[in-house]
Design a protein around this ligand. Sequence first.
Ligand code: DP6
Length: 328
Amino acid sequence: MTDIQNDNYIATAKAHANIAVAKYWGKRDSLLNLPLFDSVAFSVDGLYTETTAVWDEDDFRDELIINDWQVPSHVMGRVQRILDDIRARMGWSKRCVLRSKNNFARSAGLASSASGCAAAALAASSAAGLELSESQLSSLARLGSGSAARSIPAGWTRWHAGSAPDGSDSYAVTIAPPNHWNLHVFVVQISDVRKSVSSTEGMERCKRSAFWDAYRLEASQAADFAQSAILQRDFDALTKAMHHNMMSLHALCLTCDPPVCYAAPKSLELVQHILRACKAVQVCCTMDAGANVVVLCEGASYPFVKNDIIALGVPFIQTRIGGGARLI
Ligand code: DP6
């Protein structure tokens, strides 16, 4: 880590959302967002956040403005962990103003907190004059939201859970670049309604499910299965890994106390359709903690998949595997 010159204390960064193939669900430390298991994801080129960070006078009242909405200070807590960490490294008491724009709905299972915290970590650390390595940035973004660790590196990523109590070995790395596998990505926007139970709360509740131990066992192997499918470009293996992991997570959520159901009827309609279609064509899908469905397919299946999604009558974004966080 070195200091870079930034006399104006201002920087702008762009980071993409990421969608997990083997999901992060369960924490070993909830303050540092340290996961119980490794997870694997891909960056989504068409979903991103751009954030400008400005450090100014000595005052701890940070500000966060998302798409012209001034976020109330009591809900800024997560981004504040990122800013507090930077202040501690700098020995500062300056405040930071973050202006952020997402090109998609917040909190609807499309990982806006991931791209948001990754963009905030890169913009705020660069504006402060810190030049952090990719793994240090990934750890810094993780403080805001765990999955944000995976929005720092490019392409297909693996977040190593690590074992150090301070989280110093818990960060994401690229396992394959964006052009490794020429897949089409459809983000099908079933709902833009804010999810009623946050991922943080959902994860806590799931620990009280009678099925938690069974889930833990499977989840501890999920990242290895997904990574090997990706590295070998084995679509059938990827389909199996993704569908199994998605179903286990959503089934677990239904069994926790009180239960959480993230899927909407239209999500299930599309998932069922893809479960049938994947026997004949190369297509698979996943849902994070929200109603939206993300569909992956190979080039030859693309026309059928696209027509089926159009027939569903809901908005969608058609995109590709994306890059990592960068300064703009
Ligand atoms: C289902 O990263 O939103 O999308 O660390 O509490 O902010 P916090 O949780 P968050 O959880 C994401 C959960 C998930 C799976 C995943 O992205 O791996």
